[in-house]
Design a protein around this ligand. Structure first.
Ligand SMILES: [Zn+2]
Length: 328
């Protein structure tokens, strides 16, 4: 039964290569809406447009120090409104929240939190980062993501306390990537996300540009949450399809050959140029290679890597994709 569900989830692709590849699920991550915080589209508009745009899920993360904390049962209503769009096997909706640390006004120190709790921690200007992380990760058994690291420079030395880190955002900086590498060097093994930080669907060329690709064993909410916690995520920007050469369930098997294939959208940017690929081992640059566009399919790039020594590897297709660490 498990096997069957798995096969329904992942479509096997060949994409003009000899290796079988498994499609990963694109998620619109870090979303603000009208009514619950400072977004300009409603929960319904975002869900419908994301779904018709090919997304397989949304991570809603309205500011929990804004309308969500207006009433004691607000989060319950927020969950109810967003969860009506969750459809197992078709479209996964995660109801998270973006927590501000420190004073509400003008603080850009944010983390995205997720837990199954219907009355989770929302906001208290007096709590420190450590106290909030304890509430989300330990007390609520959830996860917490270090959002847009370049707005909270000091947290860069404390990445080990978070479950994940946001690599791409509306405002992309090299600081975010460097902060991730710094944490990897110190032994951190969390996950990456590409957060759209969506406030409006009207940004020119930006709608659905930044995504988080997730590869759960099954196309369900529970399995998706497990996958995120286990680092089965890839952060992307300007990418319209990510495929990996091994099935999601074999993540912990030794890899003698990993292939990552990405598709760039035709008509958006230059889809015939070469892409630099950096391979990091335990946070240090291990190898630099070049991905060539497929001669058969416009905008398709395949990278094949066969690391021989054990370690934790991160793959970066510069400007387009960053993976969570693959350790073996
Ligand atoms: Zn934020």
């Amino acid at each position: 039964m498990r096997r069957k569900l798995f096969l329904v989830l992942v479509f096997v692709f060949a994409l003009g290569t000899n290796t079988l590849c498994f499609e990963t699920l694109p998620f619109l991550w870090h979303v603000h809406t009208q009514g619950w915080s400072d977004g300009s589209s409603t929960v319904t508009e975002v869900a419908k447009n994301a779904r018709s745009g090919g997304m397989k899920g949304v991570f809603y993360s309205d500011h929990s120090d804004m309308h969500i904390s207006d009433h004691s049962d607000s989060f319950w209503w927020y969950q109810k409104e967003t969860q009506q769009f969750n459809q197992e096997g078709a479209f996964i909706v995660l109801t998270g929240r973006e927590i501000t640390i420190g004073s509400a006004k003008g603080s850009n120190h944010h983390l995205n939190a997720y837990s199954e709790n219907s009355t989770p921690y929302l906001f208290n200007p007096n709590l420190t980062l450590d106290q909030v992380l304890k509430k989300v990760i330990s007390d609520e058994d959830g996860f917490a993501v270090y959002n847009h690291p370049h707005t909270s420079l000091l947290w860069c030395d404390q990445v080990n306390k978070f479950s994940g880190i946001e690599i791409f955002n509306e405002y992309h900086t090299t600081f975010d990537m460097n902060c991730y590498l710094k944490a990897l060097k110190k032994g951190w093994r969390g996950f990456v996300v590409g957060g759209m930080d969506l406030h409006s669907m009207l940004y020119p060329n930006a709608w659905l540009n930044v995504k988080t690709y997730i590869f759960p064993d099954q196309f369900t909410k529970q399995s998706t949450i497990e996958a995120i916690k286990n680092g089965k995520t890839i952060a992307t920007r300007g990418v319209w399809g990510v495929y990996v050469s091994y099935p999601p369930s074999s993540f912990n098997q030794p890899m003698n050959k990993l292939q990552i294939i990405i598709k760039l959208k035709e008509g958006l940017g230059n889809v015939t140029k070469k892409i630099t690929v950096n391979i990091y081992k335990n946070g240090n640059l291990h190898k630099k290679i070049t991905a060539q566009p497929s001669p058969k399919q416009k905008g398709v790039y395949a990278v094949e890597v066969m690391p021989k020594e054990s370690g934790c590897y991160v793959f970066e297709m510069v400007g387009y994709l960053v993976t969570s660490p693959y350790c073996y």
